[in-house]
Design a protein around this ligand. Sequence first.
Ligand SMILES: [Fe+2]
Length: 295
Amino acid sequence: MTRFTIHPIHTDFAAEIFDIDLSKKQSSADVNLIKEAFWKYAVLVFPDQKLSLDQHVDFATLFGPIEMNVNTYQEEVKKHRFDYRVSDISNLDEEDNILAENSRKRMSGLANRLWHTDSIFRHQPALASALYALTVVPIGGKTEFADTRAAWDALPDITKNKIDKLIVEHSIFHSRAKIGFTNFTEKEKAALPPSRQVLVRNIPESHRKALYIASHAMRIIGMSDLEGVALLDELMAHATQPQFIYSHRWRVGDLVIWDNRCTMHRGTDYDEKRFKRDMRRATVSDIGNTVELAY
Ligand SMILES: [Fe+2]
């Protein structure tokens, strides 16, 4: 019997779900209710969870196949803190010590302070990300989410008509360069070539449209670089206005899952040399490249 309760944070964006234990197998009726809430709210917060890595991955798998973790600092890592099914979102090395100032893993983490949606820079991007908090910091270190469906809805018709069919080129190295992180090997660059994605997505489950942008966006196909960057900057500024944002303050045991197709997110600043922050993320693959999708 379903006993969990759903508390919306905004009208139709971000909700907190209480009285559910995600370590247990959910009934198919409950899975359907969770999915319905997910399609509606796009960000779901499940507080007070105690999840093993397997249980965390099992929950994420309800939404689709898991994307294998590939980091841009891969070659420096001697030993992974977790396995390939999850991403290590921490400021810790393999012995759980705070990362050195010049660590490439640290630099890569800093790029998460820019607004983005996960894996848009891959040919097949990510549908959902499920981030689980193991150790949190006492101040700062929040994750902010932007509802890019509401941002789309609020655009004037003239802009909607102008941008609806545009295609954008994304690269993870573009966003990394914005924070001065440029020392990648040719092998690393070759492993993640630029991707092309639509600028406006149709979300079939909610029948809504969403802006699909990120700091990884380099240029708009068919536009001059100057014009394309100006339009991307304008859309980014529009989509990240306060009325579209939910800011999540983490507690140990929070599992937050978000829909990468219709939200952006970013981490906020914290004293990373003083406090340990340990999170792991299971990422669910989208069904294909957005330019190749039929909708
Ligand atoms: Fe992210």
